[in-house]
Design a binder for this molecule. Structure first.
Ligand code: PDD
Length: 276
């Protein structure tokens, strides 16, 4: 497999990352996951824009234009002959003798590599179970940071409880999933947390909100509580890898009819039609 290292394509065996890379020592970096459908990068521009925004927020300068970056991603997919899969790309502040403050003369380190991946069609059909977990993350969840301890601890706890995803909440308020956004539907209206510093504004989320406009589904970007979540008619999550994923049970309590809801299904169909 070919890996992108800065602006060079190399083989995995040739990859050499410093023990003092700040991504490794501090989680001092950012990342993106971009979906590949039929050899095409899905919503690549949106992911690239968000990557550059995250970089700016942590004060790292990406040493390529967005066009060059796009071309590198495209070549990576082509060279590895990926039909259906994803590209993982991360950028760290680079390597320097360990110190907390930014070093003055490091060069950022970019790594990107693809992976084959099928769509989770079976789970999309049956729906999944989720578990409420207190959101203990920092207050800049809008940055797609490599610091994911709050996320992975929550996901692990959900997994150990036999659940597919953690539904994070700050006090009573539902924010998002450990690696996804969360939505409830009540009386035909879709509710989801506003795109503030408390969530990552998912690219899939943006696609879904556009699809709602097309389908005439009213959207309220309003935070809702755990209690309100349990009383929704339908509930689902979204991310680059899970698309529109129905949630049919939360903390062992059935949501709606306990099967993927009608509007959730409609959104799944519209999402799929949008891929072509
Ligand atoms: N996760 N919220 C969080 C905390 C996330 O980590 C993600 C994505 C999302 C959904 O964003 P998008 O629709 O742009 O994928 C929301 C990726 C897929 C991951 O970490 O693997």
């Amino acid at each position: 497999d070919w890996i992108l290292h800065n602006d060079e394509f190399i083989r995995e065996e040739e990859l050499n990352i410093s023990k003092e890379d700040r991504g490794y020592q501090f989680g001092d970096g950012i990342y993106e996951v971009i979906r590949v459908y039929e050899g095409n990068l899905f919503t690549a521009e949106e992911h690239i824009d968000r990557f550059y925004e995250s970089a700016e927020k942590i004060k790292v300068i990406i040493p390529y234009t967005k066009d060059v970056f796009h071309k590198l991603m495209y070549d990576l997919v082509e060279m590895n002959e990926i039909e259906n899969g994803q590209v993982y790309v991360q950028l760290t502040r680079g390597a320097y003798t360990r110190q907390h403050q930014f070093p003055s003369d490091t060069a950022p380190v970019l790594i990107a590599y693809p992976k084959k991946l099928e769509r989770p069609l079976e789970l999309m059909e049956t729906g999944v179970h989720a578990k409420f977990i207190e959101d203990i993350r920092w207050l800049r969840c809008d940055i797609k940071s490599l610091n994911l301890l709050g996320n992975i601890l929550a996901k692990q706890e959900a997994y150990e409880a036999g659940c597919f995803e953690a539904i994070l909440h700050r006090g009573e308020v539902v924010t998002e999933g450990s690696s996804s956004n969360m939505y409830g539907l009540k009386n035909g209206v879709l509710y989801t947390h506003p795109a503030s510093n408390l969530i990552l504004n998912g690219i899939t989320r943006r696609v879904i909100l556009n699809l709602c406009a097309d389908l005439g589904i009213e959207v309220q970007e309003l935070a809702f509580t755990k209690t309100q979540a349990l009383e929704m008619d339908e509930f689902f999550m979204s991310s680059t890898t899970t698309e529109v994923m129905p949630i049919v049970q939360i903390d062992g309590q059935q949501i709606g009819e306990g099967v993927p809801g009608e509007l959730t299904r409609k959104l799944q169909e519209a999402f799929e039609a949008n891929l072509k």
